[in-house]
Design a protein around this ligand. Structure first.
Ligand code: KIV
Ligand code: ZN
Length: 512
């Protein structure tokens, strides 16, 4: 069998631990479906014991996704492990990922446990988990800063108890590629039963080396699983980015010599979906998925690429989902052309009802905007009215007036559970006035912790995409709205965030 690198995606668990990146259950399912299309081997769907919201999300994903292994994180205790097993019951293939810290610092200061207590708890937990599920991953948290002798002892014991994957986290992003690679290699050489488990790497990006460290763990250390997230989402500076690690292994197959199961054509759509859902904008110069990743601005480069693409291109943009022809559809385009474009973009709507709703939105937009870009289509399908999430609040219309030297005023019509209401207010600017007009009715008491506007396709003719992040009683939600009028986009984003804030399905970010 070819030497395969397993891709373990933790966008929905470690990615969601990023402050402000919380996702609703339905959003998580949507992303999980995209990860399945990408042919990710393992999806870490959440941390079932951390909240009811997370339990339900893991359960929903386990019941809905058929091709990927579905995993839940769990602390090394019977209650967490039972909860994870319960949430994973419906999965075709289930994995429990249990962890306990092994570094002297974490054991003493955080867990207040002796090394012997940690050793026993690790062993006991894997034994308990193995009675519930066959596929068990064990992580010694802060593994890279742990004592080598102690770590070898713990790992040998948990493999004996039935752990099938051993993941060695660089929890705080402290590693250096060569040293981390050597660390994994030494562990594999010193643990007597190391050949009974698959070795995995899990690197954080605090020093900007998560991808390099993961690749060194693979190349030098012999790891055959990489844990990563879409867009490198994750706590602090994030995790190893899936798109970068996958494209490095694919593009430099001559060096790594490894097979991947990933269908890279769906990478861009996954990146957009995660960015739009969380409000974490992708920087333009981000490798693989940034807007400039395949743009050649200098004359010399453009000339070279026109003569022979490989003068300056090491990957084909199409292979990760970019399209050469960016102006795709217009007012006269029919439903079939629209549907085909969705397929080419790697977007699969759940039902014909959703396709019809998306097509209706597309027609509305095409009436107001002559050129519809791929970015417009991707924004449009992420709209809640397309995915038929039950909306408490829905935008109807807005008018606003602003003039130099005068205080802007806005009047907005929106529905609350289907009944139209009108609000009017003034504010510091037209956006402020519009959102205050909404609050007149809703009185959410929420604090706005982020407001950002992005031109979807780069010019003033493009749609504005607005992200609003609201926080209330410990809950953090993101709302996104797109429209050629950024004041309208802002009102839509605000209403979308309010819908999530008031939704029962809302989950609170899991904390590891
Ligand atoms: O970074 C880390 O140590 C983790 C573990 C829970 C695997 O995310
Ligand atoms: Zn982590």
């Amino acid at each position: 069998m070819a030497d395969k690198l397993i891709i373990f995606d933790t966008t929905l668990r470690d990615g969601e631990q990023s402050p402000g990146a919380s996702m609703t259950r339905d959003e998580k399912l949507r992303i999980a479906r995209q990860l399945e299309r990408l042919k990710v081997d393992v999806i870490e769907a959440g941390f079932a014991a951390s909240s009811n919201g997370d339990f339900e999300a893991v359960q929903l994903i386990a019941n809905s996704i058929k091709d990927s292994i579905i995993c839940s994180l769990s602390r090394a205790n019977d209650r967490d492990i039972s909860r994870a097993a319960e949430a994973l019951k419906g999965a075709n293939r289930a994995r429990i990922h249990t962890f306990i810290a092994t570094s002297a610092l974490h054991m003493e200061k955080k867990l207040r446990m002796s090394p012997d207590q940690v050793f026993e708890q690790a062993k006991q937990s894997v034994r308990f988990a193995r009675n519930l599920v066959d596929d068990i991953e064990f992580s010694p948290e802060d593994g890279y800063r742990s004592d080598m002798d102690f770590l070898c002892r713990v790992i040998e014991a948990v493999i004996n108890e039935g752990a099938t994957t051993i993941n060695v986290p660089d929890t705080v992003g402290y590693a250096i590629p060569e040293l981390y690679g050597q660390f994994i290699k030494t562990l594999r050489e010193r643990v007597p039963n190391s050949d009974k488990a698959i070795w995995s790497v899990h690197c954080h990006n605090d020093l900007g080396m998560a991808v390099a460290n993961s690749l060194a763990g693979v190349k030098i250390g012999g790891a055959r699983q990489v844990e990563c997230t879409i867009n490198g989402l994750g706590e602090r500076a994030g995790n190893c980015s899936l798109e970068e690690v996958v494209m490095a292994v694919k593009t430099r197959k001559d060096y790594f010599g490894l097979e991947l199961g990933i269908d890279t054509h769906h990478i861009l759509a996954a990146s957009r979906m995660v960015s739009q859902t969380t409000g974490f904008v992708v920087q333009p110069n981000k490798a693989v998925v940034g807007a400039n990743a395949f743009a050649h601005a200098s004359g010399i480069h453009q000339d070279g690429v026109l003569k022979a693409r490989d003068t300056y291109e090491i990957m084909r943009a199409e292979d990760v989902g970019w399209t050469a022809n960016k102006i795709v559809l217009g007012k006269l385009s029919g439903r079939n052309a629209f549907k085909q474009r969705l397929q080419e973009l790697g977007v699969q709507l759940e039902s014909e009802v959703e396709v019809n709703a998306a097509f209706a939105r597309f027609k509305e937009l095409a009436d107001r905007k002559s050129e519809i870009f791929d970015e417009d289509i991707l924004a449009l399908v992420s709209d809640e009215s397309v995915s038929h999430i039950k909306e408490q609040y829905a935008f109807v219309s807005l008018s606003q007036h602003s003039e130099t030297g005068e205080r802007p005023q806005a009047s907005i019509v929106f529905t609350v559970d289907g009944t139209e209401v009108t609000g009017a207010s003034e504010g510091n600017g037209p956006v402020d006035a519009s959102l205050k007009a909404i609050e007149q009715h809703v009185k959410s008491g929420a604090e706005m912790v982020l407001y950002s506007v992005n031109a979807i396709s780069g010019s003033t003719e493009s749609q504005g995409e607005v992200t609003v992040r609201l926080q209330n009683s410990g809950r953090v939600v993101n709302g996104v709205g797109a429209d050629p009028d950024i004041v309208v986009a802002s009102a839509k984003a605000y209403l979308s965030a309010l819908n999530k804030l008031h939704s029962k399905a809302e989950s609170i970010a899991a904390q590891g």
